[in-house]
Ligand binder design. Structure first.
Ligand code: NAD
Length: 363
């Protein structure tokens, strides 16, 4: 039975029990949730919501898809028939503030172009909803701070959609930042990119927060930060392009070097012109790496002494959303808070400044 059908079946069985006693065997393979699942509304029904998040929300245990916010009326019947979303849980960008009156929605997940993250995250927080915001958190540090402030003012949780920090193999090397099983980290390389064949998309527009650095470069940057457990103190960066007719506003390729207080150096690259997905960490007494390190599945790697880093995970997005929902339910800390998104954007601002001026920028 597909997970969607299974969830519908579970609902029906649970409803039926209030009317008639069923034999215990009926429930043999059904896990009835102990806690109330949180209701999630997705804002922006583009690629990531459609292909990854909505399907993942059919696998989650602690939250479920209950609402949508869209500017495209033609998508509504498709999403309703696929996911059974109620009429009263459907909003557009103009009436999204009315979510304040909807108790079925606990969390609003912002999956919009990067330039819109701040405005809609703040709107969601002001409507009294917890906020999950996609990476990159926003275009500027000031915007990131305004999201954090709005969530704090409304006493709402805020998580940034850095799914890798929820993934078990990544979590293992994040721990090594503290335990240092191979000694001090001396250098690392982190490369994240894909060949983007688009010629007309918001990811090519500067005002929308387009470009490789915001889109994929934050994976390299975030990895450099979580692998070392340190904040960079200086950055040197350069942009380049092989398709200047397309990349006339935003970066196609950015290379950047980060210097950390311990002396570790990260050589990073991001591109919309090449498929890149590799993380390698060189230490005093060995090395380790993940390749791929930011794919949707199959994160795997190894170490200099042959340890396999290949713990499987059913679905990264489901794990991320379940972790974030559980933090809200248990009133515990989230894995990737707003401050984590802001720290990346602080470095991104320095990267852009370095690429523009040709100078090494002290952060
Ligand atoms: P997309 O272009 O496919 O979807 C964007 C959605 O926003 C569309 O539904 C579009 O209709 C809507 N939209 C509303 N106003 C718009 C406007 N003025 N201009 C353009 N679109 C507008 O983009 P996507 O790939 O789904 O990315 C959305 C967000 O998700 C981005 O922040 C991106 O970085 C993030 N993302 C994260 C991951 C991840 O692995 N965590 C993967 C992909 C995308």
């Amino acid at each position: 039975m597909s997970s969607i059908k299974r969830r519908e079946f579970v609902r029906k069985v649970v409803a039926a029990t209030s009317m008639a006693a069923l034999p215990a065997s009926t429930f043999a393979n059904i896990i009835i949730p102990q806690k109330r699942r949180l209701g999630v509304a997705l804002v922006g029904l583009g690629y990531y919501s459609t292909d990854l998040l909505a399907p993942a929300l059919q696998l989650t245990q602690n939250c479920e898809l209950r609402g949508i916010v869209t500017g495209s009326p033609s998508k509504i019947p498709i999403w309703q028939s696929k996911y059974g979303i109620k009429d009263q849980n459907i909003y557009n960008y103009q009436n999204m503030d009315e979510l304040a009156n909807n108790d079925e929605i606990d969390v609003v997940y912002i999956v919009l172009p990067n330039s819109m993250h701040a405005e809609y995250s703040i709107m969601a927080a002001n409507a009294g909803k917890h906020v999950w915001c996609e990476k990159p958190m926003a275009k500027t540090v000031a915007e990131c701070q305004s999201i954090i402030d709005a969530c704090q003012k409304n006493k709402r949780y805020l998580s940034i959609g850095y799914r890798m920090q929820h993934e078990p193999n990544t979590q293992r090397i994040i721990k090594w930042a503290e335990t240092k099983p191979y000694g001090a980290i001396q250098s690392l390389s982190a490369e994240a990119g894909f060949y983007n064949g688009s010629t007309d998309h918001w990811k090519l527009r500067k005002e929308m927060g387009g470009g490789a650095m915001y889109d994929m470069g934050v994976y390299s940057l975030n990895a450099a930060r979580y692998v070392t457990g340190e904040e960079p103190i200086a950055v040197t960066a350069e942009h380049s392009t092989t398709r200047p007719e397309i990349y006339d506003e935003v970066d196609e390729t950015t290379t950047f070097k980060l210097e950390f207080p311990s002396g570790a150096v990260a050589n990073c690259k991001t591109s919309f012109g090449a498929n890149l997905n590799d993380l390698k960490v060189n230490c005093e007494n060995g090395w380790y790496g993940l390749s791929p390190f930011q794919a949707y599945n199959g994160i795997k790697g190894t170490t200099s002494d042959g340890i396999k880093l290949n713990t499987p995970i059913e679905n990264e997005q489901a794990k991320q959303m379940d972790d974030d929902a559980l933090a809200i339910i248990n009133k515990s800390e989230v894995i990737v808070p707003g401050e984590e998104g802001l720290r990346d954007i602080r470095v991104v601002e320095a990267i852009f400044q370095s690429a523009k001026t040709g100078h090494r920028i002290i952060i």
